[in-house]
Design a protein around this ligand. Structure first.
Ligand code: FEO
Length: 396
């Protein structure tokens, strides 16, 4: 693959990881990319590197433009290993004493992680750096999504190198929003739901800050996926909407089942919700990846969770989903718990407690069915669903 000149003298030199399907527990059905950027000015700058194992390709891409030894400095926007795994090889290739610009937390994290005496230069928030005909500035984006994260902005080209923010796990030769088309938004949404949802309040503050300092943005280049050049405002607006967690008239009925009884209830509940004109989907946990489930949770108003009782507790896959969901801190949701059971049925109240811990508004009472649901139980499940649908419609 050839490096792509995204603006005069600015190149995308990263690599596409076509075959990755599991990114630390996130299902990446379209693969991913580790984007890195080369700015050739009076000074030659490399922004970020790639995951370990992909360094040869990165060096090959750089060499197609310039001798890697001519790189004057590396900017590390983020310490996570998908962007720094290639750093040791790159530093060896360009010269171990070349400076690495990073945030203050980046300095701490990089030095702790690599235990190398590299020539770190910690930048202040808003600090500027002249590289010849261009001025770079650095914007601290602490906890978006790591303490070390920062953006690099090129004033003259109005390009924002945004690290993980605005990214998508997507592998493709079509590298820009106008080339790939609107399908990319589902990948951006999944990325937000799984990586950034818990930092939603910080994202809103950051977007406000970027607007206050009057940053003109012509292109946003994240470290994964495509670049937003036709309409960078579109992904910013989507981030505002997702961060505000403005739900649609939508409910998800997430469940697992041992002998199809909880499943029968789930389908009847989803049917009842749908009868109230609310978009509803039953989601069987073992047929769906948790990263896809959480993507559906992002814009759903009601999160209805069903579990059979196993050994006096929640069914393990349901616990897994709830633990993952709790960590990502979805907000402004209605919650409800249900399940079938054989003996004592503890799982249902335990599921409710998990939903309460996430500060969901709970529809009570929980729906419990002993053994296999009969016609009356199915009717009760539909009625339960209708009650949830009505609550969604009221925006409760
Ligand atoms: Fe793409 Fe947080 O690393």
């Amino acid at each position: 693959m050839k490096p792509v000149e995204i603006a005069k003298g600015i190149y995308s030199v990263g690599v596409i990881d076509w075959n990755i399907r599991d990114f630390h527990g996130y299902s990446t059905e379209k693969g991913s990319s580790y984007n890195a950027f080369l700015i050739v000015d009076e000074k030659v700058i490399l922004i970020d590197t790639v995951k370990k194992g992909h360094e040869d390709q990165l060096l090959d891409h750089i060499s197609q433009i310039i001798d890697p030894k001519k790189i004057d400095m590396v900017i590390s926007n983020h310490t996570e290993m998908d962007h720094t795994g290639g750093l040791p090889r790159i530093m060896h290739a360009i010269g171990e004493q070349k400076p690495i610009y990073c945030s203050k937390m980046g300095l701490k994290n990089l030095s702790q992680h690599f235990k190398q005496q590299w020539n770190y230069h910690a930048v202040e928030n808003g600090e500027e750096l002249n590289i010849g005909s261009r001025n770079l500035s650095f914007i601290e984006t602490r906890m978006l999504h790591w303490p070390d994260s920062m953006f690099t902005y090129v004033k003259e080209d109005q390009i924002l190198f945004s690290s993980d923010a605005f990214g998508q796990h997507y592998a493709g030769y079509e590298m820009f929003d106008d080339v790939v088309g609107p399908t990319i938004m589902s990948h951006a949404k999944k990325y937000f739901a799984n990586i950034l949802m818990l930092y939603a309040p910080k994202i809103l503050k950051l977007i406000e800050h970027v607007s206050e300092i009057g940053l003109e943005i012509k292109m946003i280049c994240p470290d994964h996926g495509i670049f937003w050049r036709k309409d960078p405002g579109k992904i910013i607006e989507a981030y505002v909407q997702w961060s505000n967690q403005i739900a649609g008239k939508k409910a998800v009925v997430i469940y697992d089942t041992m002998w199809h009884s909880t499943e029968k209830m789930a389908k009847a509940i989803a049917d009842g919700i749908s009868q109230e004109g609310v978009f509803a989907r039953p989601i069987h946990i073992r047929s769906s990846h948790r990263s896809d489930i959480i993507t559906e949770v992002l814009d759903a108003k009601a999160i209805v969770v069903g579990s059979p009782t196993l050994n006096n507790g929640i069914f393990p896959t349901v616990s897994d989903t709830l633990t993952y969901m709790k960590g990502l801190k979805p907000r402004n949701k209605i919650g409800a718990a249900f399940g079938s059971y054989g003996w004592s049925g503890e799982s249902i109240k335990l599921v409710r407690a998990e939903l309460e811990a996430m500060k969901f508004e709970i529809i009570e009472p929980d729906l419990r069915v002993k053994y296999v649901p009969d016609d009356a139980d199915i009717e009760a499940s539909v009625a339960f669903g209708r009650k949830i649908g009505q609550a969604v419609n009221k925006g409760r």
